[in-house]
Write a protein that binds this ligand. Structure first.
Ligand SMILES: Nc1ncnc2c1ncn2[C@@H]1O[C@H](COP(=O)(O)OP(=O)(O)OP(=O)(O)O)[C@@H](O)[C@H]1O
Ligand SMILES: Nc1ncnc2c1ncn2[C@@H]1O[C@H](COP(=O)(O)OP(=O)(O)OP(=O)(O)O)[C@@H](O)[C@H]1O
Ligand SMILES: [Mg+2]
Ligand SMILES: [Mg+2]
Lengths: 256, 256
């Protein structure tokens, strides 16, 4: 199982939208995919039509040892081949609860290990912070995708995220690598967008995916139908962008 | 001094943009305004042209007692009558550092008390989480403004935010009240936006400001010039919306 984490402490840059649609698009390609919601907001859980507050067993119970078998918290989704480990607001208590546990940063890594034979890919959605939960995701990860909105505030936090990834790579997880920087909410007609795109390429070079995710209202409408946009409206520009992303990622896998 | 907190744990809903432009618009009206950046991302600090990583004294040093006199961390801005208490990434250490201090939730309240005679209004920008820093802001606050993007994911976290505000009101700060829910990124032409606006009015009634903040790329461009949009491009729709908001808030003050 390959584990891909979607992380960026900047709020609202498209982490959940990327996690949900990438996971669904990979499943539509025939892969066995596990989506893990590691954000107490539970938006990836909501995005597949589950009500977070009604769930008894979520990633919180598994991380804190209240549930021993991680297989028992895996939920079905409407997309064949795609399963979900949900989250709800109780997860915000994990930070303090796990703070003094030995090995607190690898609880997720150990939990996912017992699921590794059942899935080809695991996608993890993170909250907008660099806290113990996001650290758990980075320790469990093979790759990180960094969604970046083409706005000024979006650029500033990247240095700090890269430093954090470097530290995790050095101290906890030498497999970890940046798979790519994904530009989101792209509107070719605005100058700001063009400027930021250029700055990203200057700063990150080939790490920036060729695929960009355009601003598309359907991406924001799909969650209210409890679906990923790639199944809700597959011919929409936003969906096509995520299909393109999967193609670009798959191509690289073969060529290595 | 009246203290207004801009809070919502949903990322990217326009907290910083609202804090920066509201503070500037109030200062342009002739009030003495203090803007406090309580987000380790330091975006409100960036928004006025300061480089967070180059600052020696920020709100972190004051909250943790490294600086005794809060007056020494107040910075000037290009807007007359507007001062700033900056933040940088070190602030993310405050959470753990203050965790076991008695009175940890009122560090900010006590610090701002010694500045109260120098300002009419204090505006506080929060990070996208409900942690000890946001708790400090709510304990110090007279009023909360909740920016809400007109998207599906934006609605879900509101219940939790309201519960948190209720708890703070009950246990720590009986002055605290919700000043209003501010709809942001509004685009009248999309169905999703109209639906969410209606849902907000159904749920919140008069708590929803009549003023809405439209999507306007100038609001996103202004920070790269180190300015609030209301001074960067005062005739822009985004700026006009914030001037409207100040008018709507001022009117209420008089009519009470
Ligand atoms: N390309 C896009 N075009 C239009 N809307 C989008 C796009 N991507 C995401 N959205 C919408 O913008 C909002 C923010 O996106 P999303 O919630 O995925 O970001 P996030 O980084 O997960 O936020 P948070 O930091 O709160 O976790 C959501 O309402 C989502 O539906
Ligand atoms: N009304 C608007 N129209 C267009 N762009 C906007 C608007 N309001 C904010 N923005 C831009 O959208 C992005 C998100 O806004 P902002 O950073 O203010 O949200 P936030 O809630 O403070 O985010 P965070 O959760 O990361 O603190 C920024 O790049 C900002 O410049
Ligand atoms: Mg999210
Ligand atoms: Mg902000």
């Amino acid at each position: 199982m390959k584990t891909i984490v979607i992380a960026n402490q900047k709020g609202g840059c498209g982490k959940t939208t990327t996690a949900v649609n990438l996971a669904a698009a990979l499943a539509l390609q025939g892969r066995r995919v596990l989506l893990v919601d590691l954000d107490p907001q539970g938006h990836a859980t909501l995005g597949f039509g589950y009500r977070p507050e009604r769930l008894d067993w979520t990633v919180y119970e598994a991380l804190t040892g209240r549930v021993a078998d991680w297989r028992s918290i895996v939920l079905e989704t409407a997309v064949g081949g795609l399963r979900l480990i949900p989250a709800n607001i109780l997860l915000s208590g994990a930070e303090v609860e796990l703070a003094h546990w030995p090995g607190r940063e690898s609880r997720l890594l150990r939990g996912l290990a017992c699921l590794a034979d059942r899935f080809d890919v695991c996608v993890i959605d993170c909250s907008p912070s660099l806290n113990l939960l996001t650290l758990n995701a980075l320790v469990a990860a093979d790759e990180v995708i960094i969604p970046v909105q083409t706005h000024y505030y979006a650029i500033e936090g990247l240095k700090q995220l890269l430093e954090t990834i470097d530290i995790v790579h050095g101290r906890f997880n030498s497999r970890l690598r940046i798979r790519g920087v994904l530009l989101t909410f792209v509107e070719n007609r605005t100058l700001l967008c063009q400027q930021v795109r250029q700055q990203m390429r200057d700063f990150f070079g080939d790490l920036v995916f060729k695929t960009v995710i355009h601003r598309s209202i359907r991406l924001a409408e799909a969650p209210s139908a409890g679906q990923a946009c790639v199944t809700f409206d597959p011919s929409n520009l936003g969906s096509k962008d995520y299909f393109e992303l999967v193609k670009e990622m798959s191509y690289e896998v073969q060529s290595r």
